[in-house]
Design a protein around this ligand. Structure first.
Ligand code: NAD
Ligand code: MG
Length: 405
């Protein structure tokens, strides 16, 4: 029996995509559409993009669609009824958790942007799902609590961030061997659109310049994070938790071509790397099919056409935000949640034209300095969400202090 036939003989995997109207969500649907014999779309969700969600429902006929906003949900119900689409629309923030933990769901793609995705990620973890984690902010905020929920729920946590997928692909399946095997890991970073610029020249850059990433097409928030390298800072924290590393075991190097997606340096000094064209469908296909491999739709790497692979150290004068990762990891638990909240507020303020590009780092650094978290030893999700709210208030005050009256 061929593998495809074997799969159609067994049940198809039912997938819920949280944040299906985003860049990762759309790429996930692209991979799923290539394998109708393996996957079935069970649920889709969006924040506000009603028309896009409706189109996705008409095409993939999921059982459930979720729109946290009630007015948006009402609009979607009406549009779906007019199109004769039987998808049921759930509303309210709890509906995301309900979908993530639904007994019918096998795999959850967590592709909401920001800490807003944390409760649903926790629900999927506790329910023991195959959890495809793109939503790095959820892990940066959730930290130890998130990893405990994964272990307690018996969930299979598969990183979707390309660097973390690369590291995961370089490691054996048996997690218990990782500690003795890894000397350190090296996350690669493209350096974004401003690599090589003079630090003073970044003062006046516009949102459009900041989101114009040289190698990847992504949502606006992560694109700004790539321009400040706060994305890499969040990824350092993400890697610390995913691979149970000490902060100093996570290194970063600039690699402008984004071909080597990251590396594991082993105890014996041997280096393992994962390479490929920069296309998020590769880590997504890997997450969906692990431990097997399926067609992703990505172009094959042509080594003869490569102009060379270049590596260089990070210029911390240009990207001061990167250093905040190790600072936050060394500070009391909860500091990484404060850093994440500050960054979400600061990036939005920059995109709204309220602060300058360089103001993002000022807001982040000042918020972490001024808000020392005091979390109980066994912090709960509620404790973390409360800290997230306080950090957002503090960051908003720091935005006001920077923006012209
Ligand atoms: P995006 O902005 O394109 O999409 C975000 C999705 O989340 C949308 O469907 C939106 O409707 C939904 N959403 C936004 N705010 C929400 C809220 N408050 N509640 C519920 N839903 C909400 O973002 P993206 O680029 O697809 O990134 C998604 C996540 O994946 C981010 O955490 C990002 O860091 C991570 N990631 C993205 C890429 C990439 O290539 N795009 C690569 C690695 C990691
Ligand atoms: Mg990444």
């Amino acid at each position: 029996m061929t593998r495809a036939a074997l799969h159609s003989a067994t049940r198809r995997q039912r997938v819920a995509i949280l944040g299906s109207t985003g860049s990762i969500g759309a790429n996930t649907l692209d991979v799923i559409a290539r394998h109708p014999e393996r996957f079935e779309v069970f649920g889709l969700t969006s924040h506000r993009r009603v028309a896009e969600l409706v189109e996705q429902c008409v095409r993939f006929s999921p059982r459930i669609a979720v729109l946290p906003d009630r007015a948006a949900a009402r609009q979607a119900r009406q549009a779906l009824a007019e199109r004769g689409c039987p998808t049921e629309v759930l509303e309210g923030p709890q509906a995301l958790c309900q979908l993530a933990a639904a007994p019918e769901v096998d795999a959850v793609m967590a592709a909401i942007v920001g800490a807003a995705g944390l409760p649903a990620c926790m629900a999927a973890a506790a329910a023991g799902k195959r959890l495809l984690l793109a939503n790095k902010e959820a892990l940066v905020v959730g930290g130890a609590l998130f990893m405990r929920a994964v272990a307690a729920g018996g969930a299979t946590l598969l990183p979707i961030d390309s660097e973390h997928s690369a590291i995961f692909q370089c490691l054996p399946e048996d997690r218990s061997t990782w500690g003795e095997r890894i000397d350190h890991i090296v996350l690669t970073a493209s350096g974004g659109p401003f690599r090589g610029r003079a630090p003073e020249s970044l003062h006046g850059v516009t949102p459009d310049e900041a989101v114009a990433h040289p190698n990847w097409v992504m949502g606006r928030k992560i694109s700004v994070d790539s321009a400040t390298m706060m994305n890499k800072a969040l990824e350092v924290i993400e890697a610390r938790w995913l691979f149970d590393l000490a902060p100093e075991q996570v290194h970063v190097v600039i690699h402008p071509q984004s071909i080597v997606h990251s590396m594991v340096v082993c105890r014996d000094a041997s280096v393992l790397a994962q390479l490929g064209t920069p296309d998020m469908r590769v880590p997504i296909a890997f997450g969906l099919s692990f431990p097997e491999r399926i067609e992703s739709g990505a172009a094959r790497l042509d080594f003869t056409a490569l102009q060379g692979l270049h590596f260089e150290p990070v210029d911390l004068r240009l990207f001061p935000g990167l250093a905040l990762a190790w600072q936050a990891l060394a500070a009391p638990p909860g500091t990484t949640a404060v850093l994440n909240a500050a960054n979400e507020v600061a990036v939005q303020a920059f995109l709204d034209g309220t602060i300058r590009f360089t103001g993002i780092h000022s807001v982040n650094a000042r918020t972490v300095e001024r808000l020392a978290p005091a979390l109980p030893a066994e912090a709960t999700l509620e404790d973390l969400l409360e800290l997230d709210r306080r950090a957002r208030d503090e960051a908003a005050a720091n935005v006001r202090a920077l923006s012209p009256a």
